[in-house]
Design a protein around this ligand. Structure first.
Ligand code: ATP
Ligand code: MG
Length: 443
């Protein structure tokens, strides 16, 4: 990484002024150590609170490493989503060092150090649990065994996620070859891909996520293993898988990610309904809709999970509705459509183990979308619509649908300008008294 062009000379100067006054810890056994002058990570890009925790651990005689996605992202000059720390201090020792901390988690115990506007997660180096030689079922149920930094690197999912940044000397430690894969833009699972994907099938989804998010290739052995074990994704816990699906939709790379999920065979077992609608070309605007969703998210607009998931479901719903109308030999009334949509989505949402709130939200958004397609003739009814809870989400969904399919563009424009006018007049007269008509008393 000597040729990394990212670091600014001023950053390096600032780093040099703040050399820690403690002795450097011994270089990592067996790991490649890349010293500060040969990588671009500057402490300026690490939040103050995270540095505080790192320094206190280090000054108390423990190893204190930044790990996981934060090291990966900082090396790529991206802003990390969160900063995870790894240490050889036991959770109880970490807890003792920070008054503002608490031990959390059942499956693996971590310490959260809580600051006013940020929580810093500290985990003790762990190793993979022992597995029986002939184990039929490799799924991990307990991975709370502490280990060395090398073992901790090895139990991680991909090589690019197993790098450490050592606060003792500001070096990067690479036990697994993550830097080489990062330079070559490769997602490579650590260890035997057949074992690693079977013991935690969610890793297959994570491979898809990182490849699309970073614009990396999944290297052949990793990819082939995903294809081989794709159906085992159904053994993973549904809420974890659904959270991964949502991550693909939320952050602006859904088009590439879903396409890759189709290519490696993961979408089919997960969402066969959606998969069939896509591959049988029953939803020609599906890809366009993801593209529009990604653009909208990238522009900084907040799109709710209910809308993102509705985008994923919509082409399949529309295809099913059309088929149903053909079967019935005529158009369905609004009430029938709403009932039909509920019957379609309820089992899917249950299978995905979505929270009751999200399910309700999706149902409301889709229902309101269909109501918007047939605007009420009375203005008063339209007013009521704008103030109803799912209106904004339904309008966003209608916008995405109209922009990608070319259908209902007029309805979208009408609703959008109506909503803008209603809101504007509400803003201009916020305190206007609401006139109530007095009811005539019955004599
Ligand atoms: P993000 O930027 O999305 O947070 P991340 O790589 O930090 O990406 P996290 O889910 O925050 O992902 O996990 C932190 C680290 O924990 C990962 O970088 C990886 O080293 C390890 N990890 C996460 N999930 C797994 C898993 N399923 N199997 C093995 N290691 C994992
Ligand atoms: Mg992370």
């Amino acid at each position: 990484m000597t040729d990394q062009p990212h670091s600014h000379p001023a950053d390096k100067a600032a780093d040099e002024q703040r050399e820690p006054d403690h002795e450097q810890q011994t270089a990592a056994a067996e790991g490649v150590v890349i010293d500060r002058s040969s990588h671009p990570i500057s402490r300026r890009s690490i939040p103050e609170n995270v540095l505080k925790v790192l320094y206190r651990l280090h000054r108390s005689g423990y190893r204190a490493y930044l790990c996981g996605g934060s090291v990966r992202d900082l090396l790529m000059n991206r802003t990390p989503k969160d900063f995870d720390l790894a240490t050889d201090a036991h959770p109880t020792e970490v807890r003792r060092l920070f008054r503002n901390s608490r031990i959390i988690g059942r499956r693996f115990r971590l310490v959260h150090v809580i600051f006013q506007d940020q929580t810093v997660e500290v985990s003790t180096f762990r190793r993979e649990p022992e597995r029986a030689e002939d184990a039929e079922n490799l799924l991990i149920t307990d991975d709370n065994t502490f280990g060395s930094p090398l073992q901790d690197a090895r139990r991680r999912d991909f090589t690019i996620n197993a790098l450490f940044y050592n606060i003792a000397d500001f070096s990067v430690i690479d036990y697994i070859g993550g830097l080489e894969d990062m330079t070559a833009k490769r997602i490579r699972v650590i260890g035997d891909p057949d074992v690693r994907f079977r013991e935690d099938p969610v890793r297959m989804m994570r491979a898809v996520e990182f490849a699309s998010r970073l614009d990396f290739e999944i290297e052949p052995a990793t990819r082939e293993a995903i294809v081989r074990h794709r159906n085992e994704i159904l053994k993973a816990s549904p809420p974890r898988v659904s959270e991964e699906i949502l991550e693909l939709l939320r952050r602006g790379w859904s088009g590439d990610a879903i396409r890759l999920a189709v290519d490696v065979g993961l979408l089919e077992p997960l969402l066969p309904e959606v998969y069939n609608a896509i591959v049988n070309d029953r939803a020609p605007y599906f890809w366009k809709m993801l593209e529009v969703l990604d653009r909208t998210v990238a522009s900084g607009r907040k799109i709710s999970d209910a809308v993102s998931l509705s985008v994923l479901f919509l082409p399949w719903i529309v295809a099913e509705l059309e088929a149903e109308e053909q079967r019935r030999d005529g158009r369905m009334r609004l009430g029938e459509v709403i009932l039909f949509i509920r019957e379609l989505t309820q089992p899917l949402c249950a299978r995905m183990a979505l929270s009751a709130g999200t399910r309700h939200h999706i149902e409301q958004t889709l229902e309101t979308l269909w109501r918007l397609l047939e605007p009420p003739s009375e203005r008063r009814a339209m007013f009521r619509f704008v103030y109803r809870e799912p209106f904004n989400d339904a309008l966003s969904l209608l916008e995405l649908y109209a922009l990608s399919s070319g259908k209902y563009v007029e309805q979208f424009r009408q609703w959008q300008s109506f909503a803008t006018r209603v809101r504007r007049s509400a803003e201009e007269a916020p305190d206007a008294p609401v006139k109530r008509r007095r009811r005539k008393k019955k004599s």
